[in-house]
Design a protein around this ligand. Structure first.
Ligand code: AHG
Ligand code: MN
Ligand code: MN
Length: 312
């Protein structure tokens, strides 16, 4: 495959958007550069002081990991220097920070799945980008770009600007993300379902019977516990990823603005389907707060539709 770098690809991509002035390109490159550094630290996690917790609790009452803080601070510094971003909202910030300049708003989960870091299990960075508007709380449909960096067996950056999804694998020998997954499309069907079945005592009866039907139809269960890794596998192999609401987490666990909506944008752009519950699409939700949660069922179109039509 011809070695097309992420930077070259984004510059080409930018030409298809007549209004582009290179500012979004700068943001995407800034996130990619931060991802390279986060990935390097993760590769040495046992040797540098980024494992373990800081002793703080974040807005979602999760224990804050040192790598969460490192990643959050690095991304904020890089995006501030880039001067393209007016506001940053982050899982690790109680309130968004105003950077003053810039025409864009960035929502981010600086390190997704961070509880897995100490066990050397893949984790990721998720980003969601909007044009600045009178409120930062815009429906997911208004995203101008979204993507993730998965720090796994290799580091891969996957993003969309609304005309397709492309993946770039980091070549560590030259420190460059190179196009490796061109025009990603999620398989129409798939034999993997991914959900935390420890929550099943809180599920409603329909969901319990639906998951049982997946088992009896021979589906395989895979659950990594890092959304980025579970969603990336679903994009590549097809299947279903679910974090549904239940009678304890009545709005699910995952956050709308920096987990559900960026992944929803990507999965739809890759030809998949996403709902939050019933047939509601999270991308249409009008957000009321930065850290609000949303249920999510996403993946191969035929499987999500099987869930929607499953006898209630
Ligand atoms: P984060 O580390 O950013 O808080 O995200 C963790 C999320 C997500 O990555 C994953 O899908 C989910 O938590 C797993 O939750 P459970 O452990 O409840 O299954
Ligand atoms: Mn997360
Ligand atoms: Mn996180």
């Amino acid at each position: 495959m011809q070695a097309i770098s992420l930077t070259d690809f984004i510059l080409e991509d930018q030409k298809t958007n007549l209004h582009a002035r290179g500012n979004l390109t700068r943001i995407l490159n800034d996130i990619a550069e931060s991802g390279k550094i986060i990935g390097l630290h993760l590769k040495k996690a046992g040797l540098v002081d980024i494992l373990g917790t800081t002793g703080d609790i974040n807005t979602s009452s999760d224990e804050v990991k040192k790598i969460d803080v490192f990643s959050n601070n690095l991304l904020i510094k890089t995006l501030t220097i880039g001067e393209q971003v007016a506001t940053i909202a982050s899982e690790e910030l109680e309130n968004p920070i105003e950077l003053g300049t810039g025409d864009y708003v960035v929502f981010m989960d600086p390190l997704d799945g961070s509880a897995n870091t100490d066990a050397n299990i893949p984790v990721g960075t998720i980003f969601s980008i909007y044009h600045k508007s009178d409120s930062i709380l815009q429906p997911g449909r208004k995203q101008v770009a979204a993507g993730y960096i998965l720090y796994g067996t290799s580091d891969i950056l996957v993003y969309t600007c609304g005309h397709g999804v492309n993946g770039f694998t980091l070549d560590p020998s030259i420190g460059t993300f190179l196009l490796s997954h061109s025009d990603m499309k999620i398989p129409e069907d798939g034999d993997i379902y991914s959900v935390n079945e420890a929550n099943s005592p809180q599920w409603d009866d329909t969901l319990i019977r639906f998951i049982e039907s997946l088992k009896t139809s021979g589906k395989r269960a895979r659950y990594i516990g890092s959304m980025v890794a579970d969603v990336h596998r679903t994009l590549i192999k097809g299947g279903l990823f679910m974090y549904p609401n239940d009678n304890k987490n009545t709005t699910g666990k995952l956050r709308l603005m920096y987990e559900v909506n960026p992944m929803a944008f990507l999965v739809e752009q890759a030809g998949g389907r996403v709902i939050s519950h019933e047939t509601t699409n999270p991308l249409d939700a009008v957000p009321s707060s930065v850290h609000e949660k949303s249920p999510v069922i996403l993946g191969s179109k035929s499987l999500v539709e099987n869930f929607i039509h499953f006898e209630k």
